[in-house]
Design a protein around this ligand. Sequence first.
Ligand code: ADE
Length: 359
Amino acid sequence: MKIDILTLFPEMYDGFLNTSIIKSAIDRKLVDIKTTNIRDYSLDKHKKVDDTPYGGGSGMVLACQPIFDAVKALKKDNSKVILMTPQGIKYNQKIAYNLSKEEHLILVCGHYEGFDERIRTLCDMELSIGDYVLTGGELPSMVIADSVVRLVDGVIEEGSHLNDSFNNDMLDYPTYTKPREYEGMKVPDVLLSGDHKKVDEWRKEESKKRTKERRPDLMKKFMLVRSTLKGNISIDKLKGYTLNPKNNAKRNDVITVKNLNIIEQSFSENVAKKNIDRRVQKLLILIMKVLDTDDSDDDVLVLDEADRIKSLLMNEYVKILGEDYRNSIIKKIDYVVREFNNKRRYVYEEVMEKSGKSR
Ligand code: ADE
């Protein structure tokens, strides 16, 4: 993976790039992270990068030319250009995970009072690391680069992020190390029992308990997704359609089948269409539930699920479903997501109007 960071302050990254896991990932060539000074691309004879805002107002605004030229110089077909801004979608672990699968990220950091609105047209995504305003996008870009890099294959020990807080929308379970007792506080007996099954059960339970107590919003999200999207059918890329039957028949004259592969083309096509239909229906239900919560943090659930269905259509189902059918469903999903975003924007604008904010 390659990460290019466009900034006016490359020196801010010295510690970040030369310490601990990030340094080791760079040294082992698992990631290539470069900072580029936006000022180097300024065509102004004094290397100016900002100007006063049209219509008046305080502060300086980053101008288009240096950032447009810098992005154009770095951007390739596989690049994802991301703008750091408090107006972006709120960053979370799922976005980190998705970004870790990209080949090339270009993180654009604003500074001063903001940037010319037209800079937005350069970007595939706008991200905010939280509802507060920093002096620039440098710290957010480090937060994003750090959380993405640790998910890149080989950067940290295999599987050690599987239990991270926020994976599966749950907080991590408590952990302990030696000694067994410290200032009267004992390590729970189950962790010393050597019984791995019991340890796993305890950890799952603690993780649930913790999430319920500390982050009821996450718990709600977890239940929402679980109840709406449960039960998938997947297609094996080579061998047709794979079903995982529920095996809940209450009879003793049936055989239990773990996996069922369907390789008859027309049958595969029917089952695949049914699965897509079902997932689109569930996406619509999820959208209604999420709109009902009025919590824009949940928007990512809808966007993720829409992406997942589109990815099924564009990857696993390519050999099974015709192009026209796949395109028509993708168009439908894009339409529904656009409408969803419009509705969200409307809610957001209403809130902004009420609070009289302009940033
Ligand atoms: N730039 C300034 N504040 C920011 C934030 N909270 N997230 C992303 N970029 C920012």
